[in-house]
Write a protein that binds this ligand. Structure first.
Ligand SMILES: C[S@@+](CC[C@H](N)C(=O)[O-])C[C@H]1O[C@@H](n2cnc3c(N)ncnc32)[C@H](O)[C@@H]1O
Length: 452
């Protein structure tokens, strides 16, 4: 087995896609992960990292194009690091996502013998995101866009991102023009100077309402009244214009005190007939159209009965809990973000739902302290990307629910949680992917586990 060397150029045939999205080639029994390649390509690639058991490489030249390769649609492709799968035909994207779910469950989880439902294809394929987050950086000009891959100081100055709507693209460009006119610089982490930090845009895809959240460092917002009046006049769909101040070094955009410059501190979105109030910093699925399908699949796996008592763990603003409340006797939701729990209760009230309890805290501690008169009949869990911790999974197992429905945005952490569930007597009955993130390697799944 000949180990490739760093900076060496290799001619490689790409056989498949790895979890995370890179092409996989084999040379003399050695595995090479190739950035920018799709299965079926023959490429000349330069080795960027040579490890003991595998190497990483980047495409330098396309020698023979795969029949599944398509022309990228986005004008920023190749510079911006996002949407790396837009060179792969959509049906192939879906097929690879489907097989990666099974591979994760079999190889990471050690689980076999489950049913795999057809993946739900994304519709629409472009401009599907209801939330986007941009950063400012100062170069020759003040730029606003996504960070260049591996670069935390510079951003790609985005003009039209095909992940979100034309309206929110135009709003981003208008905010950039205004920020440039002020003459103030972007916040710089090292020197802790400058003003402009981030822009977060949220859009209620079914209501048309837009939230604009401008995040700055400390200092006065220049000409705030005039700016708010102009922006809301030019974009009347802005229902909430807020200014957040991040005085910390942390390069994050949410969770800071904010001032409302125009409109309200929230917007509304509608999902499967539920009207949901959404505010920073609470989570909402970023693809509204596919969230409707995700929830439909989760509810169909849950197959709730009228008299059942159901948990929704990691419940956010209560979207799944409130949908389940319509078909069971009571739901109990747990969520760490206090503001999200407040919204979940408000959302319940506004939708005329009364059979709920939402509590704020960590799943691990809430489940430890809980005293129940009744065991849950089913548990819905939708943890963040890192999955549930081992202790959290153990507490969930200890509740003894006959059915678990696991919604996941990371098939590998879901698979390791599944392995712990299987070791405690839960059988994976079925799993189905829902494509929430076309043109990216991200995979969303719903799984049904039954006890005994
Ligand atoms: C993937 S989101 C799911 C939200 C919700 N199910 C939905 O579809 O809108 C995960 C949620 O888990 C919450 N969270 C993260 N860690 C947590 C923990 N240890 N305990 C409780 N909630 C947690 C996050 O704040 C976030 O709202």
């Amino acid at each position: 087995m000949k180990k490739p060397l760093k900076s060496e150029e290799l001619d490689l045939s790409i056989a498949s896609l790895a979890f995370g999205g890179r092409g996989v080639a084999r040379q003399d029994g050695f595995v090479i992960f190739v950035e920018g390649a799709v299965p079926g390509d023959r490429v000349r690639a330069v080795v960027t990292h040579a490890r003991r058991s595998y190497a990483e490489a980047r495409v330098r030249k396309l020698l023979n194009s795969s029949p599944e390769r398509v022309k990228p649609r986005c004008r920023h492709f190749g510079v911006c690091g996002g949407c790396s799968w837009q060179t792969l035909a959509y049906d192939a994207q879906l097929r690879y996502k489907q097989s990666q779910v099974t591979e994760c469950l079999e190889h990471i989880g050690g689980i076999h013998g489950f049913e795999v439902d057809e993946p739900l294809a994304a519709e629409p394929l472009w401009r599907y995101r209801n939330k986007v987050e941009f950063s400012f950086s100062s170069g020759e000009n003040l730029d606003l866009g996504f960070h260049l891959p591996g670069e935390w100081r510079r951003v790609v100055n985005i003009q039209d991102c095909l992940l979100h709507s034309e309206t929110t693209n135009a709003i981003r460009n208008a905010v950039r023009n205004f920020a440039r006119d002020t003459g103030l610089a972007a916040w710089e982490q090292q020197s802790e100077t400058g003003f402009w930090r981030h822009l977060v845009l949220r859009e209620g895809m079914n209501t048309g309402e837009v939230m604009v959240n401008i995040v700055t460092g400390p200092g006065a917002f220049p000409d705030a009244g005039n700016f708010a009046a102009r922006l809301t006049a030019d974009f009347p769909r802005i229902a909430s214009l807020i200014w957040s101040v991040n005085t910390t070094r942390a390069s994050i955009a949410t969770g800071f005190p904010f001032t409302v410059l125009a409109g309200r501190d929230h917007i509304f979105e509608e999902i499967r007939g539920l009207r949901l109030k959404v505010a920073p910093p609470s989570f909402m699925q970023t693809n509204t159209a596919m969230a409707e399908q995700l929830y439909a699949r989760a509810l169909s796996y849950a197959n709730l009965k009228e008299n059942e008592f159901v948990f929704d763990l990691y419940c956010g603003i209560g979207s799944i809990a409130l949908l389940m409340a319509r078909s069971c006797s009571e739901v109990f939701g747990v969520e760490i973000v206090e503001d999200a729990v407040r919204l979940a209760r408000e959302n319940a009230k506004a939708n005329g739902i009364t059979n709920y309890t939402f509590v704020s805290g960590k799943v691990r501690t809430m489940l430890k302290d809980i005293e129940l008169e009744r065991r849950p009949d089913a548990i819905m869990l939708d943890p963040p990307r890192a999955g549930a911790s081992k202790k959290e999974v153990q507490r969930i197992i200890d509740l003894g629910a006959p059915r678990l429905i696991y919604v996941s945005c990371n098939a590998s952490t879901m698979a390791s949680n599944a392995s712990q569930l299987a070791a405690s007597g839960y059988r994976l009955v079925r799993v189905g992917a829902v494509d929430m993130f076309p043109h990216t390697p991200h995979i969303e799944t719903v799984s049904l586990f039954e006890r005994g």
